[in-house]
Design a protein around this ligand. Structure first.
Ligand code: GLP
Length: 222
């Protein structure tokens, strides 16, 4: 179930191929995108391929509760690494917002999500669904765990600058995607990846819910 690739370059190009194929086959695709260090190479690949994004609609998995214009926000991350470098319309990309129910309505308007790309946190979180999150959860405001604050502090000037809360898509929402790709980079992710994909399906390991999805692919490289 876990596809092990030879290098980070191959991980990035393999997942970029899947996104490219989706957009070529269905120009009006709806996609879910992640942030973090893992997808950076994939975004770089996608930018270099000069695809036509003019009919594509995207939804990001999560955002810190902070000013979206802050340089370390996920809005800024996505604009810098993808959106400002492709021909997507600014009103075609979305981040979770309040009221969360209207965010979900926007996601499901006309049809659901065609393809969802995920990373995984060191505690098994997907998006910001921390251990203990309900498998039925929808978009909502959450408290970040100590582990996640610690892990993500490398992106901020100091650990005290890391927001303590975020707004995240829920596990129930993510699971409604027609196809899901989970990407993980680095040996430090291998143990949690094995626990999530081969261990018990439990809310203590949020990513384990993916075992219940009919169309999920997992790509890993060390
Ligand atoms: C953050 C994001 C997750 C992401 C995780 C892993 O917590 N909310 O969506 O999967 O980090 O990040 P990295 O790829 O940097 O290990």
């Amino acid at each position: 179930m876990i596809n092990t690739l030879k290098s980070y370059k191959e991980l990035s190009s393999t997942v970029a191929d899947i996104v490219e194929y989706q957009i070529q086959e269905q120009p009006l695709s709806k996609l879910i995108f992640p942030t973090g260090s893992t997808p950076l190479g994939m975004y770089k690949e996608l930018v270099s391929r000069e695809l036509d994004w003019s009919d594509v609609i995207t939804f990001n998995l999560d955002e810190y509760l902070m000013n979206p214009d802050h340089p370390y926000s996920y809005h800024s991350f996505m604009r810098k690494n993808l959106f400002d470098r492709i021909n997507i319309y600014p009103d075609h990309y979305h981040f979770p917002y309040r009221p969360t129910l209207s965010f979900e309505d926007t996601m499901y308007a006309n049809k659901g999500i065609d393809l969802c790309i995920l990373g995984i946190g060191s505690n098994g979180h997907i998006a910001f669904n921390e251990p203990g999150s309900s498998f039925k959860s929808k978009t909502r405001v959450v408290d970040l765990s100590e582990q996640t604050i610690q892990d993500n502090s490398k992106y901020f000037d100091s650990i005290d600058d890391v927001p303590k809360q975020a707004i995240t898509m829920g596990l129930g929402t993510i699971m409604e995607s027609k196809k899901i790709i989970l990407m993980a980079n680095g040996n430090h992710k291998l143990n949690i990846l094995n626990v999530a994909m081969n261990g018990e399906v439990t809310e203590d390991v949020p990513a384990s819910i993916l075992q219940k999805h009919k169309n999920v692919e997992v790509y890993y490289c060390d």
